[in-house]
Write a protein of this length. Structure first.
Lengths: 356, 292
C-alpha cells in the first residue's frame, strides 16, 4: 500500500456503506503521518468512540492536530503530523457561500433566503457536495502534504463522482435560470413557445415557488463565477496524477459488486485507482485439534468449520475483485474480533495496511 | 396500534451495509404469506432484493426520479402539455436545480404505490408497500422531503402534494418505520440516533428494530478459559473458536447497549456463514412473523 500512496497529495477512500471506510481512512492517515507526512483526514460520520479517541468530536469544522502523545501512549510513533476533522455539511456549505460571495451583503442575501434556509440543510446529497468542497479547500491549503478523505455513507458511491456536476447544477440552476429571468435566454430564443412551457411548469409547481427560486438564483448571481471556477477546480483535482482513489470493500456480495462497479466508473471517468483494500477477511484454519473433551472438541470443530467456510468465501471474493478491478495493489485486513473504534484498533489496521 | 403489516407503508432503513434489503425482502414474504398484495420498492434503480424474492408472490418495483417525474407530470397535466414540458427539459431543469426535489418525487411515487386508491390509471392498489429505503441519513431526507417542501413552497400544487404525502408518512396508523442494525458499534449508534431524529423531525417512533447477523456463541466462560489456557497458535482451530467467542461476546455487549436505548426488545436474525438466499429469507419471514 505504501508504494501506491508515494507522492500522492489526495487519497480518497470509496466503497459501499458498512465496509469500514472511516476506519480505513483514519488508519491510512495514521500510517502516512507515522512515515513523516503532514496529513489531514476528513471523516464523515465517525463512530463516537473513534471520534473521542482522535479528538474528532470538535465542532470546529476544521482539522485539529491529534496529540502525538496520545498516539505514543498506544505504541504509535508519529514523526509527521496527524490532523483530523469531522465534516459538518451545512456549515461547510455556508462557509463556501460566504467565501465565494463578493461582499458580505451578497453572502447574507443567499444565507437568509427562505429557499436556501429551508432546503440547504435538507438536501440528501449535501454530504457529497460539501465533502468535495472541503477536500478542495484543504488540498490547496499549504499546511498539509496529504489529505485523506472518507467518502459519505452513500448507498451508491457514484453520487460522489457526480458531485461536482451536481454541485454546478444545484447552485447555478443552469437551465432554469434562463427560463426564469425576465429577459432570459429561453425567452429570446424560443419566443412564444416558452410561455406555454413556463405556464405548464407553474401549473405543476406553483408560481410562488418559482418566484422564490428565481429570487434565490438571483441572490446567487454574484457568486456564480466563483462556483464555476470551484467546480472546474474540483474536477481537475479528481483527475490529478497526485490524487488516488482507494476502493474499500468487505468480502460480501453487495460490497464486492459495488466496488467493481465503482472501479469501472473510475476508469471511465479517467480518475486514478490506487489500490484495493479488503476489510474483515477470514483466514483458513491450520493445524490439528488438541486433545479435548468430546463435547468441547465438537464445538471447536464447528467453530473452525465456520471460519473455513468464511475463508473460502473471502478468497473467492478477493480473487473476483482483483480480476475485475485489475488491482495490482491489494491490502487485506483480517476480521478483528475486537473493536476497531479506538487508537489500538486503528494501529492494528494500519499494521495490516502498511506492513502487510 | 395496528400490526406492522396492516399499515399502508413500511419503511426499512438503517446504516449502510446492515442488511436492509434482507429485512425488506423478509417482511415482503411475511406479508405475501398472510395473503396480502405486497410490493417491495427500491429507489435509485437498485434491485438488491430481486434475487431474494425469487419464487415468492411479492412484487418488486425500482423507482427512479426520472420515471417518477414523468408520471407526476402525466397525472397533473393534460397529456399534450405534460409531454411538451417533459420534452422541453424545463421540468427536469427545475428538478435538478431544486435541492431535495428528486427525493420528493421519489417518495411521492412510493406514496402513490401505497395509496388505497392508485392515481396511475388502471393500477391495482397494494395492501402494503415495503420500502427498502436508503441508509439512515438519506432515508431520513427521503421521509422528510414532503414536510420540507410543504414548508418551502408556501402555497401551490407542490405545497399541496407534499402536504398529502407528508400526512401519510407522519401518521403512525398508515406508516411504520423499521430500523435495521448489526450488533456492532456504529450500526447501534446510528439506530439510536435514527430513533431520536425520527421522533424530533417526523414525530414518529420506530415500529420495530431488527438486528441482523447475530452470531451463535457455542462456548461458555469456563470453556473459553479452558481453550485460552491451551495457548494455541494463531490460525489454529482453537484460535478460531476463541475468535468466534470474542466476537459473540462483543456482539452481546452491543445488543445490551442497543436494548437499553429502545422501548421494545429488537428482533434478532442469525448470522449465516453461507450467505443469504431466497430460502433464508423464507426462514427470516417466519421469525419476523412470530415477532409481529
Amino acid at each position: 500500500m505504501i508504494t501506491a500512496l508515494a507522492g500522492k497529495r489526495v487519497v480518497i477512500c470509496a466503497g459501499a456503506g458498512g465496509v469500514g471506510k472511516t476506519t480505513t481512512a483514519a488508519a491510512v492517515a495514521l500510517g502516512l503521518a507515522a512515515d513523516g507526512a503532514r496529513v489531514a483526514v476528513v471523516t464523515i460520520d465517525p463512530a463516537r468512540r473513534l471520534a473521542n479517541a482522535l479528538g474528532l468530536d470538535s465542532l470546529e469544522n476544521e482539522p485539529l492536530r491529534v496529540d502525538a502523545h496520545r498516539l505514543a501512549g498506544h505504541g504509535v510513533e508519529v514523526s509527521g503530523e496527524l490532523w483530523a476533522m469531522t465534516l459538518d455539511p451545512k456549515r461547510t456549505f455556508d462557509e463556501l457561500i460566504a467565501h465565494l460571495a463578493p461582499d458580505e451583503q451578497s453572502a447574507r442575501d443567499v444565507l437568509d433566503n427562505r429557499i436556501y434556509a429551508q432546503l440547504s440543510g435538507a438536501v440528501a446529497g449535501s454530504q457529497e457536495y460539501t465533502a468535495m468542497a472541503k477536500l478542495y479547500e484543504l488540498a490547496r491549503d499549504g499546511r498539509f502534504d496529504v489529505v485523506v478523505l472518507d467518502t459519505p455513507p452513500s448507498r451508491n458511491a457514484l453520487d460522489f463522482l457526480d458531485a461536482p456536476d451536481r454541485l454546478a447544477g444545484f447552485l447555478e440552476g443552469r437551465a432554469l435560470r434562463a427560463f426564469l429571468a425576465p429577459t432570459g435566454l429561453a425567452a429570446r430564443v424560443v419566443g412564444r413557445g416558452t410561455s406555454v412551457v413556463l405556464g405548464a411548469l407553474s401549473r405543476v409547481t406553483g408560481v410562488e415557488l418559482l418566484d422564490d427560486l428565481s429570487a434565490f438564483f438571483g441572490s446567487l448571481g454574484g457568486l456564480l463565477a466563483g462556483f464555476s471556477e470551484r467546480v472546474a477546480g474540483v474536477k481537475q483535482l479528481l483527475t490529478d496524477p497526485a490524487t488516488t482513489f482507494l476502493i474499500v470493500a468487505s468480502p460480501q456480495r453487495e460490497p464486492v459488486e459495488e466496488a467493481i462497479y465503482f472501479g469501472e466508473k473510475l476508469r471511465a471517468a479517467g480518475m486514478p485507482f490506487g489500490g484495493l483494500i479488503v476489510n474483515r477477511v477470514h483466514d483458513h484454519t491450520r493445524g490439528h485439534l488438541p486433545a479435548l473433551r468430546a463435547p468441547l472438541a465438537a464445538k471447536v470443530v464447528a467453530a473452525a468449520a465456520e471460519m473455513d467456510s468464511l475463508a473460502q468465501r473471502d478468497a473467492a471474493a478477493i480473487a473476483r475483485l482483483q480480476l475485475a478491478l485489475a488491482a495490482d495493489v491489494v491490502a487485506v485486513v483480517p476480521h478483528l474480533a475486537g473493536s476497531v473504534h479506538d487508537i489500538d484498533g486503528l494501529a492494528a489496521v494500519r499494521r495490516h495496511l502498511f506492513c502487510g | 396500534m395496528p400490526d406492522l403489516l396492516d399499515r399502508d407503508l413500511v419503511v426499512v432503513t438503517g446504516k449502510g451495509g446492515v442488511g436492509k434489503s434482507t429485512v425488506a425482502a423478509a417482511l415482503g414474504v411475511a406479508a405475501a404469506r398472510r395473503g396480502l398484495r405486497v410490493v417491495v420498492v427500491e429507489v435509485g434503480a437498485r434491485s438488491d432484493t430481486l434475487r431474494l424474492l425469487q419464487g415468492s408472490a411479492v412484487d418488486h418495483v425500482s423507482v427512479t426520479p426520472r420515471d417518477a417525474m414523468e408520471e407526476y407530470l402525466q397525472d397533473q397535466l393534460p397529456r399534450a402539455v405534460a409531454e411538451l414540458l417533459s420534452r422541453s427539459g424545463t421540468f427536469s431543469a427545475f428538478v435538478e436545480a431544486t435541492p431535495g426535489m428528486n427525493e420528493l418525487l421519489t417518495i411521492g411515487k412510493v406514496w402513490e404505490l401505497a395509496a388505497p386508491r392508485r392515481r396511475l390509471p388502471g393500477a391495482q392498489p397494494y395492501d402494503v408497500v415495503v420500502l427498502d429505503a436508503p441508509a439512515s441519513g438519506h432515508g431520513l431526507a427521503l421521509l422528510g422531503a414532503p414536510r420540507t417542501f410543504s414548508d418551502a413552497a408556501r402555497v401551490g400544487p407542490i405545497h399541496r402534494q407534499a402536504g398529502l404525502i407528508g400526512a401519510t408518512l407522519g401518521d403512525p396508523s398508515l406508516t411504520a418505520v423499521v430500523a435495521v442494525a448489526l450488533p456492532e458499534e456504529t450500526p447501534v449508534n446510528e439506530t439510536l440516533e435514527l430513533r431520536l431524529a425520527l421522533r424530533e423531525r417526523m414525530g414518529l417512533e420506530l415500529a420495530l428494530v431488527v438486528v441482523n447477523g447475530v452470531a451463535a456463541d457455542r462456548f461458555d466462560g469456563g470453556e473459553a478459559a479452558e481453550l485460552a489456557a491451551l495457548g494455541a497458535p494463531a490460525g489454529s482451530p482453537v484460535a478460531a473458536a476463541l475468535w468466534a467467542h470474542a466476537r459473540a461476546r462483543g456482539q452481546r455487549g452491543q445488543m445490551r447497549r442497543l436494548r437499553a436505548g429502545l422501548d421494545h426488545p429488537p428482533v434478532r436474525l442469525p448470522f449465516l456463514a453461507a450467505g443469504i438466499d431466497a430460502a433464508a429469507i423464507g426462514r427470516f419471514a417466519d421469525r419476523l412473523k412470530r415477532a409481529l
